[in-house]
Structure formats: C-alpha cells, structure tokens
Design a protein around this ligand. Structure first.
Ligand code: XIL
Length: 354
C-alpha cells in the first residue's frame, strides 16, 4: 500500500476516526508516496503550482478554539472565505456602527498563512439586519453605499475578490422579490458593483448564486444579466457558482459547458461554496458517489481556463451548515468530523496533482 509513513500527522486522527465513525469503510488515508513524489503534498501545493485557488469557508469559532481545525485549514487551502463574519449582520449590526472583530480575525489568520481572501458578501437578502430592511428607497441606497464603502474600503488591497451581490434571482430565473428589489428595483445590483469598484479598484467583483451549476432558466438569467450589465459598463468581473449539491438529485453534467458560456462573456468563474450532501447515515457507496461529484466539479473547473477558484463550504463535517439546513442530510465535506480525509478529498487532490 502507498503511504506507509503518513504525512501531516494524520495517523492518530485517522485511527480515531476509524474507531469512532460509522463511515469508516469509505475513508481513505492521506497518502504519502514512499518515492517522495508530489502526490503526497497537500491540496494547496498542487493548486499553487498550477496557479489555482483551492479554498474553504472559515468559521471564527473553531478558528479561535481548535488546533486541529487550524492545522487542516492552513495546510490544505490557499484561499479562504468568511462563512459568516463579513456578512452585513456581523459587520454593521446597527446603522453606522461597524464591527470587524470576526472579519479581522479571518484576515489576520489568512495573512499569517499565505492565503488570499474571497470576501462574502455585501448585498444579500439573508443575514441583513432589520434596520436595513425597513429603510425607504433613498435611505436604502445610501446605506448600501456607506456599507460597501466602509467594508470594502477597510480591506482594500487585501481582499482579492468579493461576492458583491448574492442570490439575486428566484428559482425560476426571475429577479428575487427581496426587500432590495421591492424598494430599489434591479438598480441596486449595478449600484452595488459601482460602489465596490470605487472602494477597491483592484478587487475582482463577483455575482454569486445557487442552482446555477447546470444550464437552466436561472443560470440563463444570470448569463443574460451579466451580459447586459457589462454591456452598460457595470464592473462585474466574475460569476460565483455556489455548488451546494446533493447526491440525491444527480450531477449537473453541463457544468463545464455552463462555465464556458460565462467565460465567453469575459468574466472569471469560481465555484464558491461547494458541498455534496447525502441522506444520513453515510455509507461507503454514498461516499464513493460523493467523490465522483467532487471529481466532476473540479475536473470541469480545471478544464475551463477562466475557472480559477474552487472553494468548499467548510472542510470538516464537524462544522457544516448542511445538517442544520437540510433535515436528515449531512456528510457533505471532504473531511470527516474527526479530520480524516474522505474519498472526496482524494478526488480534489488527484485532480489538482494531475
Ligand atoms: C450559511 C452559513 O454556512 C451558515 O453558518 C449560516 O447560518 C447561514 O449561511 N449561501 C451562501 C452562504 O451564500 O452565505 C450560506 O452560508 C449558505 C448558502
């Protein structure tokens, strides 16, 4: 067997994982080639060698409190996204009163570990305080401008890319009937991008959404909006495809084709929030299916030159939004709750190492 001597100090963790998890049969050991070849290196080494960003969402709790979390985070990933700490409710809970404690914590950690930062997110209908939602049109536009000026301005030059707007479409490809849309119509989208560009001319500015992996009404609406706004000179640099997938619903086989049509508009494409959930309990078959989903996503991204980033929405099942959000589902990430690499990890690794 390859990997007699395990790298990364995972031996004990794996042993613990085998003993305590019900999905042990699906686990793969972190491999280290005895010939010392590059296959044994962490994800970020392979990614960096090909000028690619491999990232994860980061939660401030375990970042503060847990060494095993920090070890895996900093060993494997060369870019990070704040899972919650840069959202409006965290950064401006009351009008004009900003709180950057969590965001600064993530920035400091990223800087210390040579990771770029993807900012998430400026204008979204969730996790935005009530005071914003109740403003009239003029006051809301002013609040967006002030929020973006302050948040983007604070990190100007230190955040590589921002999800400027998030989830602006409904599930059929219409504009989401959010409080933003109700008060401001579609204009808030162009305004947000212009404010962000003014606050940091060097950050890449993205529009981000879910259920836009394949070619469908929603991704076509995204395509049309990006095309139209760029035609008007609105500074949109990238499209973020979240990638919250489930093995129950089948793989979006036209993912690559979809990314190619976005790339043809002249924008970068990023997989911004990948996870692949399953009905619990997990078993080795489901984990193997999950691994094919991860492989298909990274293969598609690596095949499209303008797809320059793949970020997973957390890396360990210990801290995943999935069980809290999708009842009865879980095990969506590349590592178990005990930080053992799953077959999904191997998919990412092998694609990047190829
Ligand atoms: C989720 C976080 O993971 C949770 O911790 C939080 O309670 C809710 O938001 N799309 C997004 C992310 O753009 O910001 C969401 O993150 C997941 C769906």
């Amino acid at each position: 067997m390859r990997g007699k001597s395990l790298r990364h100090g995972l031996t004990a963790l794996l042993t613990a994982a085998m003993a305590t998890t019900s999905v042990a049969t699906g686990l793969v050991q972190a491999t280290a080639d005895t010939d010392g070849s590059s296959r044994s290196q962490p994800l970020r080494a392979h990614a960096t060698a090909r000028n690619f960003l491999i990232g994860t969402a980061v939660a401030t709790g375990p970042l503060s409190n847990e060494q095993a979390y920090r070890d895996t985070l900093n060993r494997e990933f060369n870019t990070v996204t704040a899972e919650n700490a840069m959202k409006w409710d965290a950064t401006e809970p009351n009008q004009g009163q900003f709180n950057f404690s969590g965001a600064d914590q993530i920035m400091a950690s990223a800087q210390a570990n040579g990771q770029t930062v993807h900012g998430h997110t400026l204008v979204w209908h969730n996790q935005t305080p009530g005071w914003v939602q109740n403003l009239d049109a003029n006051a809301m536009r002013t609040a967006i401008r002030n929020h973006i000026n302050t948040v983007v301005g604070r990190y100007a030059g230190r955040i590589a890319s921002w999800d400027v707007v998030n989830e602006v479409f409904d599930d059929n490809g219409g504009m989401r009937n959010s409080f933003w849309y109700q008060r401001l119509g579609e204009s808030y989208i162009a305004d947000a991008f212009r404010y962000a560009r003014a606050a940091d001319p060097n950050a890449k500015l993205c529009i981000n959404d879910y259920n836009v992996e394949g070619i469908n009404n929603k991704s076509t609406a995204m395509y049309n909006l990006v095309s139209r706004l760029r035609g008007q000179g609105v500074p949109i640099d990238c499209v973020g495809i979240q990638g919250h997938l489930s093995i129950q619903y089948g793989f979006p086989n036209d993912l690559r084709q979809n990314m190619e049509r976005f790339a043809a508009l002249g924008v970068d494409v990023k997989i911004t929030e990948l996870d692949v959930r399953m009905r619990m309990p997990a078993d080795s078959n489901k984990l193997a299916t999950q691994a094919t989903y991860y492989r298909n996503v990274i293969d598609a991204c690596l095949a499209v030159p303008r797809c320059n980033q793949l970020t997973v929405w957390g890396f360990t099942d210990k801290y995943s939004w999935v069980p809290d959000t999708f009842q009865g589902e879980g095990a969506a990430l590349p590592y178990t709750e005990n930080y053992a690499a799953k077959p999904a990890y191997q998919s990412l690794h092998d694609a990047l190492a190829r």
